[in-house]
Design a protein around this ligand. Structure first.
Ligand SMILES: [Zn+2]
Length: 241
């Protein structure tokens, strides 16, 4: 291979690399963006789930209150019944026992009443939390949908750009030596979309490892394509182009 042809091949690979770097970024974006939408959706749905949880809690306080109200009604009936029995008792002792019994039922009833009042307080607190949460979920939904639309638009743009890039790449390919192309593409696929990199001072422009002087000399010779020992990317001198 003559000196001119190696330089020429490097130039073609560098041109191809510009397109491939953009293709790599577009493909990365196309992988990451739908995942981002999914993540935003999950976040939004968890705030909705929290609201549903509060609504369930509110319902259960209402059910519990109905049960307490029934219990209270039963205690009232017991008191009425005991009061009726009271009038039929003959002895003082029996009368005293019944009075104690009524006092006991009344005490039970006030405990239930207290519980009912507390359940109203609890329901009020949950209701106010539900109100705030509804506002937050509404705002969150708007934000989520707007962001989702933005990302979907970005995806569409990237897909369109990718089509253009793929077609530009196809146009470049015929000029590139097959064997070199294979070598370049192999590195490209495994090294974050970078198959050929410029030498940066005396370091590899891809992995930044120091390149020994004899390797730099070999690059300058232009009789072969030289790769970085560490990352295997093909290296070139920017001044050569
Ligand atoms: Zn390297």
């Amino acid at each position: 291979m003559t000196q001119i042809s190696v330089k020429d091949q490097i130039k073609k690979l560098v041109d191809l690399q510009k397109i491939d770097a953009e293709i790599y970024n577009a493909n990365t974006g196309l992988t990451e963006k739908p995942a981002l939408i999914e993540e935003l959706k999950k976040k939004f749905e968890s705030t909705k789930a929290h609201l549903n949880g509060l609504e369930e809690k509110f319902k259960s306080t209402q059910i519990k209150r109905k049960e307490l109200e029934l219990e209270m009604k039963a205690k009232e009936d017991e008191i009425i019944k005991a009061n009726t029995q009271l009038t039929q008792l003959k002895t003082n002792k029996e009368y005293q026992i019944k009075l104690n019994e009524i006092a006991g039922i009344k005490a039970d009833k006030s405990i239930i009443e207290e519980k009912i009042l507390l359940s109203y307080d609890e329901a009020d607190a949950i209701q106010s939390e539900i109100g705030k949460e509804k506002v937050a979920v509404g705002a969150g939904e708007k934000q989520y949908l707007a962001r989702k639309k933005e990302i979907e638009d970005e995806i569409k743009l990237m897909e369109d750009r990718l089509k253009v890039l793929e077609s530009q790449r196809k146009q470049q390919l015929p000029g590139v030596d097959r064997t070199l192309l294979n070598r370049y593409e192999k590195v490209l696929a495994h090294k974050d979309g970078l198959g050929i990199v410029p030498l940066s001072g005396s370091s590899c422009g891809g992995c930044h490892m120091n390149v020994p002087p004899q390797t730099i000399n070999a690059i300058k010779m232009h009789d072969q394509l030289v790769e970085c020992e560490k990352c295997l990317r093909i290296m070139y001198l920017e001044d050569d182009l």
